[in-house]
Write a protein that binds this ligand. Structure first.
Ligand code: GRF
Length: 175
C-alpha cells in the first residue's frame, strides 16, 4: 500500500488516484491543502501533521511515520510535499520514499525549479522521479524525462503533464 504526503494543490496525488494505485492514506503538513479534499473525495483516510502541534520536527515526523505504518504504508510518495523529512522518518521507510521534481536533477533543486531554469536560460529542463534521502531533492534517480523550455508560456503546464504521467508509472513499477 502507498502513503502519500502532500502540501498543496494535489494534482500529482490526483494522477496517482486516477491511475488506480493502492493509496492507503494521505498526510499533509497543512490542514488547508486542497490535496486533502481530493483524498477525501476518493474515500482515502487523511490526517494533518502541522509543525506547530509538535515540540520538534523529529517528533512530528515520527508521529506521521507511525500513522502511515498504521495504515499499512509500504511505499511513501511525496506529491508536492514541501517539507524536508527528518532522519527518524527516513529510517522508518529505508529506500521506500519517492519524490517528483520538475527539473532534471541535480540541476535546479529546491522550491522554485521552474523559475530557476528560466532564469538560468537553459534550453531544456524536465522532470525527475527519485528516491528521497536527507538532502534537498537529492537521492538516487529512478527516471527522468527532458522537456524543452520553449514555448515558455506553456512550460509549467507541460512539466506538470509529464509529472502526472511519470510519477504514477514509476510508482506502479515499485508496488
Ligand atoms: C509539483 O510540481 C511537484 O513536483 C513539486 O510541487 C508541485 C506540486 O504540485 N514538488 P501538486 O500539489 O501535485 O499539484
Amino acid at each position: 500500500m502507498i502513503g502519500v504526503l502532500v502540501s498543496g494543490f494535489g494534482s500529482n496525488l490526483q494522477a496517482l488516484i486516477d491511475a488506480g494505485l493502492p493509496i492507503a492514506a494521505v498526510g499533509s503538513n497543512r490542514k488547508d491543502a486542497y490535496a486533502l479534499d481530493r483524498a477525501r473525495a476518493a474515500g482515502i483516510p487523511t490526517a494533518t501533521f502541522a509543525l506547530d502541534c509538535h515540540a520538534t520536527r523529529d517528533e512530528r515526523d515520527l508521529v506521521m511515520a507511525t500513522w502511515l505504518e498504521e495504515h499499512d504504508t509500504e511505499l511513501v510518495v511525496l506529491a508536492g510535499y514541501m517539507h524536508l523529512l527528518t532522519r527518524p522518518f527516513l529510517a522508518r521507510f529505508p529506500g521506500r520514499i519517492v519524490n517528483v521534481h520538475p527539473s532534471l536533477l541535480p540541476a535546479f533543486p529546491g522550491a522554485h525549479p521552474i523559475e530557476d531554469a528560466l532564469a538560468a536560460g537553459v534550453e531544456t529542463t524536465g522532470v525527475t522521479v527519485h528516491l528521497v534521502d536527507e538532502g534537498v531533492d537529492t537521492g538516487p534517480i529512478l527516471i527522468q524525462e527532458p522537456v524543452p523550455v520553449e514555448p515558455r508560456e506553456t512550460l509549467e503546464e507541460r512539466l506538470h503533464a509529464v509529472e502526472h504521467r511519470l510519477l504514477p508509472e514509476t510508482v506502479a513499477g515499485l508496488t
